[in-house]
Design a protein. Structure first.
Length: 197
């Protein structure tokens, strides 16, 4: 029963992720800010749909779990805008590691280690599974911004080079998706949604 109580405590803690809001906007819901829980669900569904474009072998079950857990740390650390100042992004890393230890630490030891290791693998983005998962995490905001006249890019005056740099993980793991993304970035520049620098 000890394990069950720990697992239930973890599950109830996850409810807090629904209250962490991102810069991405949900156009279909009056342009409200997206929360991190729905973002995680959405990219997990993207992986189910777009895994056929992975050039290297991937384990879709592992990718999906990574996507479902990757932002759990934001319960404690909050969300930092992808294009925030580098000093803010660097500070976020330490906060997220502390959060991973606390939140995954609610689980029984074996599950804690499994979840934390998957989260660390996602963050490092060195394996094929993590690269593809990271790519899904990058592509969804691009799609959302393209369907919303630039969305958070336009709002924050983001430049093209930063979006290219953020999405370049696609180049090796999914060249077809990378081609699509680069075409979308050029279109965003042409439309004035991204700064051309």
């Amino acid at each position: 029963m000890q394990d069950l109580q720990q697992q239930l405590d973890f599950i109830l803690e996850l409810d807090r992720l629904k209250g962490v809001y991102r810069q991405a906007m949900v156009k279909s819901d009056k342009n409200r800010n997206e929360n991190s829980a729905e973002h995680s669900w959405h990219i997990a569904m993207m992986a189910q749909t777009l895994h056929v474009y992975a050039e290297a072998p991937i384990d879709l079950a592992r990718v999906t779990i990574m996507l479902l857990i990757h932002d759990i740390v934001e319960i404690d650390a909050g969300d930092t805008f992808a294009f925030a100042a580098q000093v803010d992004l660097d500070a976020q890393e330490a906060k997220e590691l502390d959060a991973a230890n606390r939140i995954f630490g609610l689980l029984p030891t074996q599950q804690f280690e499994e979840m934390r290791n998957l989260w660390l693998e996602f963050e490092a983005a060195q394996t094929n599974d993590a690269k593809f998962a990271k790519a899904m995490d990058r592509v969804l905001p691009l799609l959302q911004n393209m369907k919303n006249a630039g969305g958070s890019w336009a709002k924050h005056k983001v430049c093209k080079s930063k979006v290219i740099d953020r999405n370049k993980i696609l180049a090796d793991i999914s060249p077809k998706l990378w081609t699509y993304v680069t075409e979308q970035i050029e279109l965003a520049v042409d439309n004035g949604w991204l700064l051309n620098e």
